[in-house]
Design a protein. Sequence first.
Length: 149
Amino acid sequence: MDLTDRFAVKASPGEAWAFFWDLPRVARCLPGCESIEAAGEGAYRARMTQRVGPFRVSMDMEMRVDEAEEGSRVVVSGSGKDKMGNRLHINRLALELSEPSPGQTEVSYAMAFNLYGRLATLGNTAVKRKAEEIRAEFSRRIAEELGGA
């Protein structure tokens, strides 16, 4: 499954880049993120909790930075699982920053992921709807945090 978004904020690319490495601020913007922390060079751990259809899922995630171009682009991948056997595999999450005009940054991201376990039995429609809700709220919160353009 794929999710993408693109929006502008009233911040320089440097300010936006610094924001995305400020883990507590990013965690506050990501719906259901209970914690996120560095776990070594280029590695991170997070705890996510969501209600998806009839299921309440609390998942421990492990993420790693696969590529980074200082100030403009980062690519991560990772996976997580819960106690009920549900698994999330993030094949690729790419975030890019560009400067369409001084003092404004365009943020774009694309995520390709797969779900396994009972969550996957809900079907693409239900999962996609929940993923879209999370995407929209995440983007809205980032724009609010950095000043929507």
